[in-house]
Design a protein around this ligand. Structure first.
Ligand SMILES: CC1=C(CCC(=O)O)c2cc3nc(cc4[nH]c(cc5[nH]c(cc1n2)c(C)c5CCC(=O)O)c(CCC(=O)O)c4C)C(CCC(=O)O)=C3C
Ligand SMILES: [Fe+2]
Length: 356
């Protein structure tokens, strides 16, 4: 592919107290998230001065990728555009056009299949290109990386380190990911007729949960063979009458028989607000109340193996004969046993019904 730029695609987050409510309204526009939930989440952000950690984390990731590109002889300029806050993707694409970029590869800071994590980024790209108009660069989204060694291995080391912190007694590993509406979970993955080679079971839970379960297994087997583990959910949003993936991590901790837990947020690539608030604060408090020893495992962040994986994904795309069709399936270079759905296909991960 004639790639002439790298683009980091991310969620975005507020950079000060006055950004918080406008940011939250961008995130939840038409999604039917109750006002009380927004005010509650706004308080989480205000607790940190209205500044989301995600922006500094993305800047650090970009610096690390830039250094690795230099080290590996990948001569691409780097850009960054967000879904919900500055730098907004459309502004970034306009800048790229002005700089003469015609064709970029995009890495989303989200490892898994599903509407929020994959399909919505394709919609973001299409909407931003339409806004920029003629001359907007083409952007091909790089494939899911959930089961690549560069993502799995940092989680493995992090779980080992956290296990060491809770001491030698019997511990349980509790993997967490962002809850999503059940309807979104069930429809995550290829539509009818696409990628029909999935092992049984994937169809019923959907590809988001199936990929998460695969990573949980891969990490647990490597970090602590034989230790019991669970996959549970955090950061539920939406109106109470809409079913989301359960159980919530706090409810789950109440059922743990062991004296210690290690919580590993495999659903996330860095320690953003959901990790530091919902786990380091809320879940840690729940564990303290239950007299459970608690340690939270780190996320990949700027782990050199994660960064090198990104460089490798870029190099693979540059070596590919042509732009990868979104539904292209190739033998997986990952560790897992799900077939390689590289990114969302045409019928994949439909948008949730919009309310309000
Ligand atoms: C699957 C998933 C990921 C993981 C994959 C990925 O990383 O993309 C993720 C990440 C993130 N979610 C984030 C923030 C928020 N998510 C919200 C709301 C929602 N998330 C959803 C799903 C996901 N979200 C969904 C289905 C909703 C309901 C509204 C809708 O249908 O879209 C809301 C609204 C308030 C509320 O929580 O109710 C906020 C503020 C931040 C930034 C944190 C920071 O600032 O550090 C990040 C990285
Ligand atoms: Fe979210």
């Amino acid at each position: 592919m004639p790639v002439d730029a790298f683009l980091l695609l991310s969620f975005g987050g507020p950079e000060g107290p006055d950004d918080v409510m406008p940011f939250l309204r961008n995130v939840t526009a038409g999604r039917g998230v109750p006002e009380e939930r927004l005010l509650e989440v706004a308080e989480h952000y205000q607790h940190f001065g209205g500044v989301s950690p995600i922006n500094e984390q993305n800047r650090a990731l970009l610096r690390a990728i830039e250094a690795d590109f230099r080290d590996q002889g990948v001569g691409l300029p780097l850009y960054w555009g967000n879904r919900n806050w500055q730098p907004m993707l459309a502004d970034t694409l306009a800048q790229m056009r002005d700089d003469g970029v015609e064709f970029a590869v995009g890495l989303a800071t989200s490892a898994y299949a599903g509407y929020s994590s994959c399909r919505q980024y394709l919609e973001d790209i299409a909407a931003a290109r339409a806004k920029v108009g003629p001359g907007a660069p083409e952007v091909v989204k790089l494939p899911h990386f959930y089961d690549r060694p560069g993502f799995v291995e940092p989680h493995v080391d992090a779980v080992r380190a956290a296990l060491a912190k809770v001491g030698p007694g019997p511990a349980r590993i509790v993997f967490t990911a962002h809850s999503i509406p059940l309807s979104m979970a069930r429809t995550a993955g290829p539509g009818a007729g696409e990628g029909s080679a999935e092992p049984s079971g994937v169809q019923s839970v959907g590809l988001y949960e199936a990929q998460l379960r695969e990573v949980a297994r891969l990490v647990a087997e490597r970090a602590a063979p034989g230790l019991a583990w669970d996959l549970v959910w955090q950061s539920r949003s939406g109106p109470p009458q809409v079913p989301w993936l359960e159980p919530d991590v706090n409810d789950h901790l109440r059922t743990v028989a062991e004296k210690a837990v290690v919580v590993s947020p495999i659903g996330f690539v860095s320690d953003h607000l959901e990790v530091i608030w919902d786990l380091d604060n809320e879940a840690a408090a729940t564990a303290a109340e239950l007299s459970l020893a608690y340690a939270r495992a780190a996320t990949p962040g700027t782990d050199p193996r994660f960064v090198r994986m990104i460089t490798d994904l870029v190099r693979e795309a540059m070596a590919a004969p042509q732009a990868t069709a979104p539904s292209d399936t190739r033998p997986t270079p990952g560790l897992g046993r799900l077939s390689a759905i590289q990114t969302c296909g045409a019928g994949c991960c439909p948008a949730p019904a919009r309310r309000g």
